[in-house]
Design a binder for this molecule. Structure first.
Ligand code: FE
Length: 201
């Protein structure tokens, strides 16, 4: 028998079911909405979208300029969705002297239609708290060891401002076609948790 002094905590599945039931009763949730939304997200909001944008920026100077000036216009030019409430989408260019890294200190906001659903570590309270105060240390722990002279810029995502990092193209990959380049661009690199320096030519 359960100990009556221990409060029972509903599992995430039970809480989700309870919210769904209430929304259905209120007439807010249409039948099949959750399934079709999830299916659409899995198919359309993938890491490959951002990777294709990066690969194109590396091979097409005009697109690179557009992407750095207006991320939303660049995403739409590629045919990718960009939700209306993401009012700003800034593409942050890594250089030899500057490394950009993205966080949502409040929760887990990201440019998910372009970068795919954020990884578990991005939502971790430890990452969110520490990357701001100890960015160089946290990046080192994640495998990104930066020279002392490299400036680190930490970008805090909000409801209406979303970001992606434009990594530097590994020199070994100069001359590769965009399709091949897109395959080496990782989600971590577009968040700033990798410099793609493990890529072999
Ligand atoms: Fe958030």
């Amino acid at each position: 028998m359960a100990d009556p002094s221990t409060p029972s905590v509903a599992t995430p599945e039970q809480r989700t079911a309870a919210i769904e039931m209430v929304l259905r009763r209120q007439g807010v949730l249409q039948d099949g909405f959750v399934d079709s939304f999830t299916e659409h997200a899995d198919d359309a909001w993938v890491v490959a979208n951002g990777a294709k944008m990066v690969a194109r920026a590396w091979t097409d100077p005009g697109f690179r300029s557009l992407m750095l000036a207006d991320g939303i216009a660049a995403a739409r030019d590629m045919g990718f969705e960009f939700p209306e409430h993401h009012r700003r989408f800034a593409v942050l260019e890594n250089t030899a002297d500057v490394h950009n890294v993205i966080v949502c200190t409040l929760c887990s906001c990201s440019a998910y239609t372009i970068l795919g659903a954020p990884p578990a570590w991005y939502k971790d309270l430890n990452y969110r708290a520490r990357v701001v105060r100890k960015s160089r240390t946290v990046l080192k722990e994640m495998g990104v060891e930066l020279p002392p002279g490299t400036e680190i810029r930490v970008w805090d995502t909000t409801t209406d401002s979303r970001y992606m990092v434009l990594p530097q193209q590994p020199p070994e990959t100069k001359g590769w076609p965009a399709e091949k380049l897109a395959k080496i661009v990782t989600q971590d690199a577009m968040i700033g948790a990798s410099r793609l320096d493990d890529v072999k030519g």
